[in-house]
Write a protein that binds this ligand. Structure first.
Ligand code: ACO
Length: 311
């Protein structure tokens, strides 16, 4: 019966046995994984845009090589994640259609503009830093293909974070203008970065089920707190500050207290009205349309090969 199947499934999850594509799973588990993995894939793909914006303007050959490599890594992450989601019975075309029609979400963070070179460092340090905090526990997520994809993603992501911090460290030892550029980038990226972890636990509609199924191992607020604690220390090494007057070490809690998040801004961005939402989706749709000939050529080539093998 379904009840027995569900119990059997939960027992496996509780015993830390990974769920594989051919195993029985509750419909809602499948749906929530498709939702999360596809949104994660879309975030990697859309995430190439804000940084791609600076490839042609990187200040040195070395920085340009690093930035190109990083943006390529993100394309790779998107592709592994689309493949992981496909094992659950959705096609890549369906997922891409959901992104282009605005039905599928992707991370709020990629709807902010990258206006100075220091934004590349701030994205590496803060945005990729937040991504790792959220993604390292996903290496132990209950669904096998997702957990395995996350291992490689996290290795690359930790390189991204270090290169971002190193880039800001160099600038922070530079001229007064360079130091001001770093502080300005931190001021603009800080709050959007801590919004990446999602709504507070009380407002997080998916957390309870996802924790029970061990898709998520920690709640949004737990991960956000760890991130704040880490960055509040690292920012001192840059001799910069975070734009939060309420940020303060709380001895009793053993954590940093921090100010109120502007949830109105968050939901505004999530619902499609952030500073760059339209620009990002337009860029993805344009790339899809202009890449049609590549997909057609690849298909024609594959068909020819099949014919040739038959002869
Ligand atoms: N941006 C856009 N939407 C968000 C964000 C965000 N930063 N945070 C939460 N949401 C959405 C959720 O997708 C959910 O909407 P949905 O039910 O329509 O999907 C709604 O807000 C409520 O949030 P939760 O119930 O807390 O959603 P969930 O349990 O999925 O937790 C989280 C959100 C933490 C982002 C989770 O999906 C996750 O860990 N995803 C994998 C990591 C990921 O996607 N990272 C992307 C950015 S990092 C990068 O790509 C470099």
């Amino acid at each position: 019966t379904t009840q027995e199947l569900e119990k059997n499934f939960q027992d496996k999850v509780d015993a830390e046995v990974r769920i594989e594509p051919r195993d029985w799973m509750p419909g809602k588990y499948r749906q929530t994984l498709i939702r999360q993995i596809s949104q994660h894939a879309h975030s990697e793909i859309v995430g190439m845009l804000p940084e791609g914006n600076w490839i042609s303007r990187a200040p040195s050959l070395k920085r340009k090589q690093i930035l190109i490599a990083k943006v390529q890594d993100e394309a790779g992450h998107g592709l592994y994640l689309y493949s992981a989601a496909e094992t659950l019975g959705i096609t890549r075309d369906e997922m891409i259609e959901q992104l282009h029609s605005g039905k599928a979400k992707y991370s709020s963070i990629f709807n902010y503009p990258t206006i100075t070179w220091a934004d590349m460092g701030a994205i590496g340090w803060l945005v990729d830093g937040a991504a790792i905090m959220n993604q390292v526990p996903l290496c132990r997520t209950s669904y096998g293909p997702y957990s395995r994809a996350m291992i490689r993603v996290c290795k690359e992501e930790s390189f991204h974070q270090r290169q971002g911090f190193e880039s800001l460290l160099v600038l922070s030892n530079g001229t007064p203008e360079q130091r001001a550029m770093v502080q300005d980038a931190i001021d603009r990226w800080w709050w959007p970065s801590i919004m990446m972890f999602g709504p507070h636990d009380a407002e997080s509609t998916n957390t309870e089920a996802s924790m029970k199924w061990k898709i998520k191992r920690f709640s949004n607020d737990e991960l956000r707190q760890r991130f704040v604690d880490m960055i509040a220390e690292q920012v001192k090494l840059l001799d910069m500050t975070l734009p939060d007057p309420e940020l303060k070490w709380n001895e009793a809690r053993g954590h940093y207290d921090f100010g109120k998040i502007n949830w109105e801004e968050f939901w505004n961005v999530v619902s499609g009205n952030g500073p760059c939402n339209k620009q990002r989706l337009d860029a993805r749709r344009k790339a899809w349309e202009e890449g049609a000939w590549v997909r057609e050529a690849a298909k024609a080539h594959a068909e020819k090969r099949v014919l040739r093998e038959k002869q």
